[in-house]
Design a binder for this molecule. Structure first.
Ligand code: SAM
Ligand code: DTB
Ligand code: SF4
Length: 324
């Protein structure tokens, strides 16, 4: 049985990624069974707490000010609105609640004070509370940790070599620096990427290599298929093939066996059978609810039906963390 490694080479990860698909799924499923309960899938809910008006130029994003996407801009939600949404999510079976803000970085202002209050409330509800707020300093990460933040999402999105084709307003090192600040604060790290941005297989392999060779693997690795947004430079990208999702998920599972691998954006376009392949390949989490951050998602009752058909059960909170 493979052990946990942090010294993967690009070539090794490339070989895994390109393995004939049935062999790849078989190997990933074997590792999945050794490290995770293959019948459990964690259900998470996303909430956009501050929408649109973001100064960054991420080519895939509906929330950048640089593109005319028609997204409805909204200032930071109130504590009461967030509390209500979190309670609804919990009632519908979510054990993790992730709050996203369209910020380039966190600033030490009133809005951040309010986010701190939101974190406290959701943490007290017994859900894993996650935030994705852009870049963070070490002291901001510390404040979030003290408020009870369980996880922080900050994606690398793609390989380091392709990054500047997708985003020009920050660089790969900025991302890695925030991830390091999150790690140092003791918050669980959620970091993954998107496929379907026009990248090559090598760019995907490069991103997985960066993740799998971090001194500690992220506890959570979201794999998103691009949701092509009208008005963005990537509006006309072609739909991601399920086989590409399977290869990404399986390679993440094999190289980072302890991580929760999340089948994230793009599920609305996938059949139950296609999603089943992703679970087989090692995915063990989904985002539920009719909305991701700004785009539609599979309806909750459809997901409940899928869980029944595939005989999956929702995973309880706080099981993924090696942090205790
Ligand atoms: N502004 C913060 C940031 O960029 O870190 C947090 C919010 S941002 C929307 C969170 C992540 O969602 C991005 O890093 C990206 O991986 C994913 N994402 C955003 N738009 C997407 C899209 N259209 N399709 C797929 N994934 C997307
Ligand atoms: C992640 O990797 N995917 C989620 C979550 N982390 C924050 C976001 C997906 C956003 C999809 C596009 C939208 O709804 O705006
Ligand atoms: Fe802003 Fe995040 Fe969207 Fe980039 S992905 S434009 S940083 S909200």
């Amino acid at each position: 049985m493979d052990t946990i490694r942090h010294n993967w080479t690009l070539q090794e990860i490339g070989e895994i990624y390109h393995t004939p698909i049935f062999d790849l799924i078989y190997r990933a499923a074997t590792i999945h069974r050794a490290f995770q309960d293959p019948h459990e899938v964690q259900v998470c809910t996303l909430l956009s707490i501050k929408t649109g008006g973001c100064p960054e130029d991420c080519a895939y994003c509906s929330q950048s000010v640089k593109y005319n996407t028609g997204v409805e801009v909204h200032k930071l939600l109130s504590l009461q609105e967030v509390t209500q949404k979190a309670a609804e999510a919990q009632a519908k079976g979510s054990t993790r609640f992730c709050m996203g803000a369209a910020w380039r970085e966190v600033r030490d202002n009133k809005d951040f004070d309010q986010v701190i209050e939101m974190v406290k409330v959701v943490a007290n509800m017994g859900m894993e509370v996650c935030c994705t707020l852009g870049m963070l300093t070490a002291s901001q990460a510390q404040r979030l940790k003290e408020a009870g933040l369980y996880a922080y999402n900050h994606n690398l999105d793609t390989g380091g070599e392709y990054y500047s084709e997708i985003i020009s307003t920050r660089n790969y090192q900025d991302r890695l620096d925030t991830l390091e600040n999150v790690r140092q604060s003791g918050i669980s790290v959620c970091c993954g990427g998107i496929i379907g941005l026009g990248e090559t297989d090598n760019d995907r392999i490069s991103m997985l290599h960066t993740l799998a060779t971090l001194p500690e693997h992220p506890e959570s690795v979201p794999v998103n298929a691009l949701v092509a947004i009208k008005g963005t430079p990537l509006a006309h990208q072609k739909r991601v093939e399920v086989w590409d999702m399977v290869r990404m998920i399986a390679t993440a599972r094999i190289t980072m066996p302890h991580a929760m691998v999340r089948l994230s954006a793009g599920r609305l376009e996938m059949s139950v059978a296609e999603q089943a392949l992703c679970f087989m390949a090692g995915a063990n989490s989904i985002f539920a609810g009719d909305k991701l951050l700004t785009t539609p998602n599979t309806a909750v009752d459809q997901d409940q039906e899928m869980f029944q058909v595939l005989q999956l059960k929702p995973r309880a909170a706080y099981q993924a963390s090696p942090l205790g």
